[in-house]
Design a binder for this molecule. Structure first.
Ligand code: ADP
Ligand code: ASP
Ligand code: MG
Length: 420
């Protein structure tokens, strides 16, 4: 058994769906689980639906129609006959979403979010599965919510591994290709839909691979593989042919968004190799993550995160920053859902660089000001360099104010003033 994953960037249009079939036709006849994400930016569009629904915006229906319209037009490009079963399947999904919107009484944002956003992957896999079957592939569509079981932490479902292992063993027994949704799961008690966190489809592939003792996982991406830096921000990047699990975990943890950070540990546990390969060039070998040297070729890697916030705190009196102060800071960072990227402590100040993912900075600052002097740098860039030469460090910081610098082992982190 092998596991493949196709992301939203790959299945963003009819051409992408056709390329999925081309790639699947290249595999030998061994059993395969194929994980597919929502098409293009559908998840963002569904987030807009959630927001408009909960804020009782009359445009909510229009947003839904736009999303379904986009999927219908892709389906029309792929299927000639208006009577094709795929159109009925899409209509049923639309009905399911409309029913939820009409009947739902729950107001908890995260719960509503997961019930609505899950339609992205249900739609994409419905279209891709029908097209694969029409193209002659021996393929079965599987609802992933019968396979991946989580707790009720909506938006960040925590996998119940024993229940998932059991469910996967019971459902994945098809000899050919099983095609299923990334990112989704269902809550063990009531079977409500859950999601595994944004960009979580890579993780879905790893969950299947772990539970099935797969031979390998391949994630097909819109890049040649894992590069020494994100090509959207840097030119002259180098393809990393091989990365060790621990190096890949570090890169993903610090924000190399080409691999979701939760993907690697289940694979490392069973030494299942992960291949990151170019969707548009299936003959190319891409990157292999597995046992072996840290990096091949041995080059410096850069991870850049823009729009971060640096908060510098000092005591209101002439006190030092002690454990009780820092304890409170962490409590509030947690309760305001701030993802901590970097911390640095000195005798009289405590600095923390955070990702203000849920826009709760003003509330946090108000809370902190009751206890500390607070200095906020609202738009900073966090650069993480791995195995960097002095030349790379110099070129990365040239002309920029370095607000904070922290080095440990092979990792250097720099907080730079402003964004590019
Ligand atoms: P998918 O939708 O297939 O999951 P993603 O957009 O999540 O794809 O991931 C691919 C993107 O990751 C690339 O388009 C690239 O901009 C970005 N990326 C970030 N860091 C790297 C890196 N080190 N190497 C390659 N791509 C990277
Ligand atoms: N569709 C989900 C997202 O956009 C999951 C994924 O693409 O990995 O976050
Ligand atoms: Mg992704």
């Amino acid at each position: 058994m092998k596991v493949y994953k196709f992301g939203g960037a790959s299945v963003k249009d009819a051409k992408g769906v056709k390329q999925v079939v081309n790639i699947l036709k290249l595999t030998d006849k061994e059993p395969l689980v194929v994980v597919v994400s929502a098409m293009g930016k559908t998840t963002n569009a569904l987030e807009q639906v959630v927001h408009s629904y909960l804020s009782k915006d009359p445009d909510c229906e229009a947003y839904i129609s736009e999303i379904f319209g986009m999927h219908l037009s892709i389906a029309r490009e792929l299927f000639n006959k208006p009577s094709h079963g795929v159109f009925e399947a899409i209509t049923q999904l639309r009905q399911g979403l409309s029913d939820f919107i009409r009947q739902n009484k729950a107001t908890e944002h995260a719960f509503v979010y997961d019930q609505i956003v899950s339609y992205g992957e249900l739609l994409s896999t419905t279209i891709v599965a029908h097209y694969c079957v029409d193209s002659g592939l021996n393929l079965r569509w599987q609802d992933v919510r019968q396979c991946i079981k989580t707790d009720a932490t909506y938006r960040e479902g925590v996998v119940d591994w024993p229940a998932t292992q059991k469910a996967i063993k019971q459902t994945i027994n098809h000899k050919g290709i099983t095609l299923t949704q990334g990112f989704l799961g269902s809550e063990t008690k009531h079977n409500f839909s859950t999601t595994l966190g944004r960009e979580g489809s890579d993780y879905t592939a790893a969950i299947f691979a772990y539970c099935l003792n797969a031979l390998s996982v391949t994630i097909w991406k819109d890049v040649p593989g894992v590069l020494s830096a994100d090509p959207r921000f840097f030119k002259d990047t180098v393809l990393l042919e091989h990365i060790s699990y621990s190096e890949a975990i570090e890169l993903a943890f610090y924000g190399a968004s080409v691999i979701h950070p939760k993907t690697l540990q289940p694979l490392q546990r069973k030494e299942i190799p992960l291949f990151v390969r170019p969707f548009n060039d299936p003959a190319a070998s891409g990157t292999r993550v597995g046992p072996g040297p840290d990096l091949k070729p041995q080059v410096g890697c850069i991870i850049k995160k823009e729009q971060q916030v640096l908060i510098q705190l000092s005591a209101l009196d002439f006190n030092f920053m002690m454990e009780d102060h820092i304890g409170d800071v962490f409590k509030w960072l947690h309760s305001f859902q701030m993802k901590v990227e970097l911390i640095q402590n000195s005798a009289i100040s405590f600095s923390v660089c955070v990702d203000n993912k849920y826009n709760r900075l003003p509330d946090l600052v108000t809370q902190l000001q009751q206890r500390f002097q607070v200095l906020v740098h609202p738009k900073v860039t966090l650069l993480t360099l791995r195995h960097a030469s002095s030349k790379l460090i110099q070129s990365s910081t040239q002309g920029r104010d370095v607000l904070l610098r922290q080095e440990s082992g092979n990792t250097l982190q720099l907080v730079l003033q402003g964004v590019d």
